[in-house]
Design a protein around this ligand. Structure first.
Ligand SMILES: Cc1cc2nc3c(=O)[nH]c(=O)nc-3n(C[C@H](O)[C@H](O)[C@H](O)COP(=O)(O)OP(=O)(O)OC[C@H]3O[C@@H](n4cnc5c(N)ncnc54)[C@H](O)[C@@H]3O)c2cc1C
Length: 401
């Protein structure tokens, strides 16, 4: 039977980052990452799904939460090293425009800007019109136009880069689905659906929205469905929107309270799409899941058509006269925590650790979240100047670690 010092369960954004950091910081440890690759066809797929099957995730430092601003800043600072180490590019510096008229958010984002000093300009409606003539906003909002490293990352390519670098550092990648995770002797026993059994001194659980399926005592982790819209653009629109930044806006669309939007991005089908989704609007809860099959019908669907219609209206309000060739809607999943920060904690000290709950914002910051989780698991110590209490796991029964 194969034995490891640490088994990371889930080769997604957080797991692949954790695995790479284990190989960098603890090169003597024998480590593996267990988790399947992306399904070839989600409609017929029989296994688990994930929250990263896409070509774009917005990256930026400015955030109403200083904790998230710091996680992003630390991660973004390492993007170019990860690209160089792996030979896989994933980072696009197109900038990020954030617009809001919510007073408390204005003060919080200004505080984040003062603390972390990313390059940005404050714009009003006239400034926005001048910088981005294709966007339509009415007056009375504040926008931060973040430059520098802000823009978007390709989550598939970031995972590929992390796993390549981890494998180069000696990690074993096992493309199987974990069926059970049990304490045994002075470690854990892991059994996969494909029939493998392995032992590890410690396990780090990073299975995203599926993490509760492997735990007897369930984490308080509201896992919610999320619908995105892809609008296919003709060549002249792609050209006309050159220079478009990633956008986060809680202003001026009647249909959705708040939305995020990426500039035109090339997808694997050879077509170029603008992608947008609603922030803070999720349709269905999948709490305390007993098994992964509960999520399959959602991932095999085309998402929620009502949300898709609202996103379509918001897109055309924000970019008037936009010519679109076709629309697609795609289902996704967002995994929240009780306190809005990721869970990075020891569930059984010395044996079982967790790093999960990206709260819809985890992609850009995955390298730092994974690093903190990896080092906590390897050393039992907290290696960050962020407050450990802010990341404590909370259980569904109300208990905290
Ligand atoms: C539509 C959408 C838009 C988003 N936009 C942004 C954005 O713009 N910027 C941003 O920063 N973040 C964004 N996010 C959030 C970000 O994608 C997530 O926070 C991130 O994917 C979480 O990473 P994770 O590793 O926890 O989970 P995942 O990326 O879902 O990875 C979990 C992994 O665990 C594996 N797994 C599951 N069960 C098992 C099992 N039993 N055995 C083995 N492996 C298992 C899965 O195969 C998967 O690979 C968005 C999310 C969605 C859904």
């Amino acid at each position: 039977m194969a034995t490891y010092d640490i088994a990371v369960i889930g080769n997604g954004l957080l797991g692949s980052a954790a695995l790479r950091h284990l190989t960098v910081s603890c090169p003597k440890l024998k480590v593996c990452g267990i988790g399947p690759a992306e399904p070839r066809d989600r409609k017929t797929h029989q296994g688990v799904f994930a929250s990263h099957y896409d070509q774009g995730r917005i990256t930026r430092i400015l955030d109403p939460s200083p904790l998230w601003g710091k996680l992003a800043r630390e991660s973004i600072a390492r993007y170019s090293d990860i690209e160089a180490e792996s030979g896989v590019g994933f980072h696009h510096r197109v900038g990020c425009l954030r617009a809001t008229d919510i007073a408390e958010r204005v003060a919080d984002i200004d505080a984040c800007a003062a603390a972390y000093e990313p390059p940005y300009k404050r714009l009003d409606a006239a400034g926005c019109k001048q910088a981005y003539p294709f966007l339509a906003f009415s007056d009375e909002f504040v926008a931060w136009d973040e430059a520098g490293e802000a823009g978007y990352i390709n989550p598939r390519q970031l995972i590929e880069a992390q796993l390549k670098a981890a494998a180069k550092g000696g990690a074993t990648i096992i493309r199987e689905i974990v069926e059970s995770l049990e304490s045994c002797g002075d470690g854990v026993s892991v059994q996969t659906r494909e029939g493998s059994v392995l032992r590890a001194r410690k396990a780090l659980l990073t299975a995203g929205g599926y993490s509760n399926t492997l735990l007897r005592r369930k984490l308080d982790m509201p896992t919610k469905s999320h619908t995105i819209l892809l609008a296919e653009l003709p060549p002249e629109e792609i050209e006309g929107l050159r220079g478009m930044p990633s956008i986060i806006s809680s202003f001026d669309h009647l249909e959705v309270e708040s939305l995020y939007m990426l500039p035109p991005v090339l997808y694997p089908d050879g077509k170029t799409y603008i992608k947008l989704g609603p922030s803070g609007r999720d349709e269905q809860f999948f709490d305390a899941m007993e098994n992964d099959r509960e999520l399959a019908p959602w991932f095999k669907s085309d998402g929620n058509p009502l949300t898709a219609a609202d996103l379509k209206a918001a897109l055309h309000r924000m970019i008037p006269n936009l010519k679109v060739l076709s629309y697609q809607t795609v289902p996704c999943l967002i995994t929240y925590s009780a306190h809005g920060n990721p869970y990075i904690d020891a569930l059984e000290a010395g044996r079982l650790y967790v790093t999960t709950a990206g709260n819809g914002m985890g992609a850009k910051s995955s390298d730092e979240i994974g690093r903190i989780g990896a080092l906590l698991c390897a050393t039992g110590e907290w290696h960050s100047d962020l407050n450990r209490e802010d990341f404590r796991a909370v259980y569904m029964d109300g208990g905290r670690k």
